[in-house]
Design a protein around this ligand. Sequence first.
Ligand SMILES: [Zn+2]
Length: 481
Amino acid sequence: MNISAIHSRFFYDKAPVQNTGYNPQHPAINKFLLKLHSQPAMDTVSFKRAPSSQGTPFVHDPRELDLHCGCCGKLMLKNSVVQKFMDDKVYFPAYIALDRIKYEQNFKLREQPLAMQRAYSFIKNEANKHKDMNMDELLQTEKVANYRRNNSRAQYKAIGELRDRCRVVTHNIDYLVDEIDKLNPDFQNTEAAVFQELKMHARLNPTNSIKNILTKPEIREYYLVKLQKKQNAKLKKITPLIQQLSPQYARRANNALEQSYRIFNNESSDIMHKRQRVIDLFARALAPMPFETSTDRPVADLIMKRLESLPDSKNDANAFIVKYGPRGSNKFVEVLVKRLRNTKEHVKPQHREGDNGESDKKNYIYLCGKCNHERKTQKYDEFIEKHPQMPQNTQNQIDEICDFINQGILDDYDTWPNDIREPLGEESEGLIIIDTNKLNLEQARKNRAERLAAFVEEQKRAVETPDTLMTGPYRRHGKKK
Ligand SMILES: [Zn+2]
C-alpha cells in the first residue's frame, strides 16, 4: 500500500507525511526497541487507570477531578485524560501503524521468519476489524490474548515485536505540539521550557518528527553544549569548598572533581547516568570521614548539597532534551505529559522499610506525577525544605476536594478529609496541619440526592428515545466491552 492511500484512509485531518530525512535502514532497530522497553520506567509512580464513572452520576476517585497538585500547586490532568490522550492522539490506530512500520522502519514482511509473517497477517486482520484501537488496546482483546497463548513462542514474541514497532510510529512534531497545546498544560518551569523548544522546532520543521529533529547532530550538539556549560559552572563552584577541606580529603575530592570534568565533557552524549556517577564519586571520596568529630564534615555536606543541584531532566530543559530526544517522539511526549497527571500519593510511603503505608484512600493525597516521583520515601518535613509551598497547597487541595464533596460530585469521601489529617500531621512532624472546616456533609447529602434524581430522570428519557444511547462520548469505550 502506498503512502497516499494510507493518508486518505486516515481520520486525523493533520496526517503526517513521510519524513524524507528518516533513515529506514536501522540495522540495530531490534536492539534499540528492546533497550527502549527494558529500561526502567522514569516514574516509579503507579499509573493504573482510575475506575470509570460511567453509569453513575458521581465521581468515585479524586484522580478524575480537576485538582491542583498538593505540592507544586499546578493544575493536574485527570488520569483518564492522559490515558485517552496517549491512546487516541499519540499512538496510531493499529491498522495504520502496521502499514507505516513497513516504510518508516523498512519492515519487509516477505523477508521475515514464518512466525512473524503469520503473526502479522493475524494481527493485521484483527486491526482491520477494530479500526478504533491502537496496538496496546488490540492486544488486550480476548481474541488476540488467546491467539498469543495458544500459538508458538515465536509467534508470541513476534506479536510483542510488532507492538513495540507500532509504539514508535510517530506523528509529526506540529501535530503533537498542537495536541499537547489543546490539553492546556499547566507545566512547571522545566517542562514549560521543553515545550517552548518543541514549539520553536515545530515552526521551523513542522513535518519532521521530534526524534529526528532532536537527534540531528547540530541540534543535539546545541543542547549538549548548553548542558555542559551548566555542569561545568556547578563543578567550578565546588573548587573553593574543596580548598577548605583538610589535605587528605582535599586530595581525594580533587581527584573526584577531575574525573567529573572528564565525565561531563569527554564522554559520549549517549552515556546515561553521568550526574549520578559524579555524585557517587564525591560520596565515595568523602565517605571515610569520621562523622561527628571532623570539622571537614559540614564542608563535605555542603559539597554534596551543591552536587544535588547539578542539572538533570527534572530541573533543566537541556538535560531533558538530551536525555529523551533519542528515545523516540512518543516517549518524549509521554514523559512530558505524564508529569502533569493526577496521581495517588501515599502519605505514609508504601515502601519504607519495616513501616509500610497502606494502599488505601485514608493514606492518599493527590500529587502531580513529577512531585510524586520526586518525593519517593522522604519524610514530608525533609521534602518541605525543598518545597516550602507544600503545606499551603495541600490545604488548598483539601478545600477543593471538600468542595467537590459538598457539591455532591465526589462520592464515598465524606470521612476522607478528617481521616487524612492525622497521617499528614505525623508524616510532616506537624508542618502540615489541615483544617476541614469547608466540609459540609448536610449540603453534600442534599446535592447528592438532587444529582441522583436528575440522573434517574435522564436515564428514563434516554430509554424513551433510544437513539441517543449509542452516541456521545462513551460509545467508543462501550463498544469494546
Ligand atoms: Zn506537583
